[in-house]
Design a protein around this ligand. Structure first.
Ligand code: MNH
Length: 462
């Protein structure tokens, strides 16, 4: 079924495709692939989509307009596709929630078993553990003699938080300068998942060391997780904490009666550690950089925190009522979405932006570009939390803003992440004054982060 007016995908605009190199010369740059893709989005804004060619022979297609994104977020016609970095991450997260294919039954089973782990009640139970890890960060910062490495510290915060809340496992990252071997393995494995996309097959064949390192790292991660699961099983049931691991070990799928397999539980634990830390860490780092460079916003934010929390221990209700903190986080996720690409494929042949797209063809919605579409966002590069006041928010199409993904495959941990991030920002601004070491530069990591950001901390002047 080929619509007569639709052009073939080979006619898509994009940078040149050289033999062996593909569009590599157009993709490289100090700030990595993402920043080059954003530049290309500007060039191809009119068409709404473009394609690049990687040296591995793939030719990923990027969609950058809100209008086309709206079509692609129709779940009756498109579903999440496991391609690109997700396909590589799947080597260690398998059919876990994040990397399961649309038609894999394990997704539905795990989705139904794990959803009760993210209710308001569950968040109430997680709050003390979140607060405990945040206190370790604040203590570390109170003692800091030199500027702090924000990305490293936010990564420690979010990893320790998800592992403590999810699996009652304590990395105690702030007690040791060196990163836990598990976290080193995870960091390397995630980076390799991204680097592989741009490495020609010939180079991979000549240097098998990277593949061996990944196998070792996957084995390191699997053995720690299997140890945590075995330790839980060895504990008397009555002593099991009410966390995500207990949920997976005890609950059957309400629909099919199926239990998660041991292998699948390992995949889910790794999934939560992967999906649940880099993204929140990046969000916090971008937000702190913005606050360091935006004194009027910092002053407004503190006024809200002082009024709602005073100097007391925050409750969940109070945290949820910090609406300017929440809008600031939303705006940070608009400008720097820490999951910058959502990949979907059509269930049947489609025409997208005038091009014929066969069923199953992956399309990458570049949310970093959609979030800056000038057709929807006035003065799109300006940081303005008040875009997220109720009135302007209602006026926007829903496809214009999707930092937590779309529909049934959207983020399981959204409320968890926002609660964790809100408490961190609130207690940090309540206690510290801080200045950044320079303008924002984006690091070319799996999930974008402010590169080399350091903050000089002083106790807040009142
Ligand atoms: Mn999270 C899926 C963004 C924090 C657990 N997450 C997604 C997707 C986006 C996303 C986007 C959809 C990806 C896709 O379509 O391919 N997640 C975020 C952001 C933050 C975040 C921006 C923090 C800020 N996520 C978290 C935290 C957890 C978590 C914290 C766990 C506690 N996320 C998940 C899981 C999925 C997911 C699990 C997969 C959901 C599914 O497909 O069923």
């Amino acid at each position: 079924m080929h619509a007569p007016h639709a052009a073939p995908l080979t006619k898509l605009p994009g940078p040149p495709n050289l033999p062996l190199l593909g569009s590599l010369p157009w993709m490289l740059g100090r700030e990595g692939v993402l920043m080059r893709l954003l530049e290309l989005a500007g060039v191809h804004r009119e068409a709404g989509l473009f394609r690049v060619a990687t040296p591995t022979g793939h030719a990923p297609i990027f969609v950058v307009s809100t209008a086309l994104a709206e079509q692609l977020f129709d779940e009756k016609r498109f579903q999440k596709a496991i391609e690109g970095p997700l396909l590589n991450i799947r080597e260690f997260t398998g059919d876990g929630l994040f990397t399961a294919r649309g038609d894999e039954p394990a997704w539905g089973v795990a989705h139904r078993v794990l959803s009760p782990g993210f209710t308001a009640d569950a968040m109430e139970r997680f709050l003390p553990a979140m607060r405990q890890v945040l206190e370790a960060l604040l203590m570390h910062w109170r003692r800091a003699q030199s500027p702090v490495d924000v990305v490293a510290d936010m990564t420690k915060l979010t990893l320790d938080t998800i592992s403590l809340c999810g699996f009652a496992f304590e990395f105690r990252s702030f007690e040791t300068p060196a990163l836990h071997p598990f976290l080193q393995a995870l960091g390397r494995a995630l980076q390799e998942s991204l680097d592989r996309l741009h490495r020609p097959a010939l180079v991979s064949a000549l240097f098998p060391g990277k593949a061996r390192q990944l196998r070792d790292d996957v084995a390191t991660m699997a053995s720690l997780v299997d140890g945590v699961i075995a330790a839980r099983r060895a504990q008397p049931r009555a002593e099991w904490p009410q966390d995500l691991l207990s949920l997976m070990l005890t609950e059957a799928d309400p629909k099919t009666g199926a239990m998660l397999s041991d292998e699948n539980i390992r995949y889910q634990v790794l999934t939560f550690l992967v999906a649940g830390h880099e993204t929140t860490a990046g969000l916090l780092a971008f937000t702190l950089h913005q606050l360091a460079s935006n004194p009027p916003l910092l002053a407004r934010l503190r006024a809200e925190v002082d009024e709602v929390l005073g100097t007391r221990e925050p409750t969940r209700k109070e945290l949820l009522s910090l609406s300017l903190v929440m809008r600031t986080l939303s705006e940070a996720l608009r400008l720097w979405p820490t999951v910058p690409v959502l990949c979907v494929a059509p269930l049947a042949d489609e025409v997208v932006g005038g091009f014929h797209v066969p069923a199953g063809q992956p399309l990458n919605v570049l949310m970093s570009a959609v979030h800056r579409d000038p057709a929807v966002w006035p003065d799109p590069d300006r940081f303005d939390p008040d875009r997220f006041l109720p009135e302007p928010s209602r006026a926007r199409p829903s496809a214009a803003y999707k930092p937590f993904g779309n529909g049934k495959r959207s983020c399981t941990g959204r409320i968890f992440a926002l609660l964790e991030a809100t408490m961190a920002v609130a207690l940090i601004v309540r206690e510290f004054d801080f200045t950044a070491n320079g303008p924002l530069v984006i690091a070319p990591t799996t999930s974008p982060k402010p590169k080399g950001l350091r903050l000089t901390l002083t106790p807040r002047r009142r």
